[in-house]
Design a protein. Sequence first.
Length: 338
Amino acid sequence: MKILLTGGAGYIGSHVATALVSSGHDVVCFDNLSNSDAAVMDRLEAITGTAIPLVEGDIRDRDAMRYVLQEYGAEAVIHFAGLKAVGESVAEPIKYYDNNVRGTLTLLEAMADCDVHTLVFSSSATVYGQPQYLPLDENHPTSATNPYGRTKLMIEEMLRDVAAADSKWRIAILRYFNPVGAHDSGLIGENPNGIPNNLMPFISRVAAGRLAELSVFGDDYDTPDGTGVRDYIHVVDLAEGHVAALEAVAKSGQPISTWNLGTGQGYSVLEMVEAFERINDVSVPYRIAPRRDGDVASCFASPERAARELGWKANRDLDAMCASSWRFERMLATRNAD
């Protein structure tokens, strides 16, 4: 298939691009480069042996979306493009609704215009809100504790309405837990602009001396050590889950399906710090900071539906997540030095 990746130059998009190419698909990336770098495309070519086109543009631009869909003959879209920092969403909700919700609406309009009806949507475990039980399965009630989560929930509801109204659509909703790690090559990984919002790149930058210390947001949660517990999944496992979901919905008679992509195992912030220090023989100084608005104490997946229906499961362990993150950080330092 010919696949358009919105946000394809970003952390998850770039890893999914490599997985798609290795599975025999053709890929084009569309990205406004607000939190990514066009130079990643050269590294994707080094990994895959294939030159993957990058079209720079914004998903809120309907003409640009129509152009890239038509020019490259896209048969399906995997939609990553979106803002994703919980704290920022609390401070700037209009920015999040505009980019995430309006951007997705524009994408759907462009897809309909171009007769492209297969979509994999990058959702989030934040749509479960405050967990009523753990592990979280796809039948858990949805809600949201922050504007970022609400944008994902609104988009999910929008997609269900679209699928119900037109039987042409084949849509997969993938609820991510916490992607971490990097490609085994060390050439691509998570390298956000500014201070990282996600834990693993923050840990890596502190270990490398690029940041002085890690901020641990809250140590008074109802968890074994008081810090937040999350389900961390290796980004390469996550990428393979996208390939499985895309191929499943493309063949399916179901208009819309929802799958968790997680491991079923939760780790606290301090457990992640200890593991990173142990596996990579480094030091990660940290300080306890106030809780962030919108965070929950514990969140981890039941991945059983994806295993049953997609034949997919996460295979890479915490050691691999920490080792690959540090490998990427060291190679990034080498590139920056050059």
